[in-house]
Design a protein around this ligand. Structure first.
Ligand code: NI
Length: 232
């Protein structure tokens, strides 16, 4: 914006000089203006095609921790809330946000899913190429049936996908993404809590671990980082 304004000012200045100074022929001034216009259009095109390549420091300042190099994941086999397989392929072709949690979670999970809903809605409204796919991976597969997950995640956003399956396979994926979780001791029967990491994991369109957001999650920070990643 500032660049554009400065550029326009220069072009006007050149035109004025041509009239008063009479040293620069009107034709040359026009040529100069045209040349500046071409340069400005060029800069605008580069900025539009290649917006906001952020540095590692800029990402860190927004609580996003990018991997030095994206990490390829080992295969896993889980199930979405519609009963479809959730495997490595499910993450390819689009950006993904993975959050580990569970439907009985008293506070952090609902807050996070509501926040992710507001972020992806804003991304879609801003006319980005594609909004990231959000997955809630259940750390409580014992109680989180596909039906229960379906009701839960679609309450926050009809596009969100719940994932459940064998505890060993949830553990397999969670460990690859460095997300800790475990039942809190002292519960009885069906009445228990599950502690879990609250990072939001970012998986790139090649299905590789690209980085994570660490709480406290700020919607504006997620929006800025994800917009940069989506247009990269
Ligand atoms: Ni939770």
């Amino acid at each position: 914006m500032t660049q554009d304004e400065t550029g326009t000012g220069d072009a006007k200045g050149a035109g004025t000089e041509a009239h008063s100074g009479a040293r620069v022929a009107p034709g040359r001034a026009l040529g100069l203006t045209a040349a500046i216009a071409v340069v400005l259009v060029g800069i605008a095109a580069v900025v539009w095609l290649n917006p906001r390549q952020m540095t590692r420091e800029q990402y860190l300042a927004l609580d996003y921790f990018p991997m030095e190099r994206p990490i390829a994941l080992e295969p896993f086999r889980l199930t979405t809330h519609t009963g479809a397989p959730f495997v490595l392929d499910s993450l390819e072709g689009h950006w993904n946000l993975l959050y580990f949690g569970y439907t009985y979670c008293p506070d952090v999970c609902p807050t996070t899913l509501a926040l992710l809903n507001s972020v992806v809605k804003k991304i879609a409204a801003d006319g980005n190429p594609a909004e990231p796919q959000v997955f809630l991976i259940s750390v409580d597969p014992e109680r989180d049936t596909p039906d229960r997950l379906a009701d839960y995640v679609t309450f926050f956003n009809p596009g969100f996908v719940g994932v459940t399956g064998e505890l060993a396979e949830v553990t397999n994926l969670a460990q690859q993404l460095y997300v800790p979780f475990g039942k809190v001791p002292g519960g009885s029967g069906d009445d228990y809590l599950v502690d879990h990491g609250a990072n939001v994991i970012v998986i790139d369109p090649r299905g590789q671990y690209a980085g994570f957001f660490r709480p406290p999650l700020e919607p504006e920070h997620l929006l800025e980082v994800l917009t940069s990643l989506l247009r990269r």
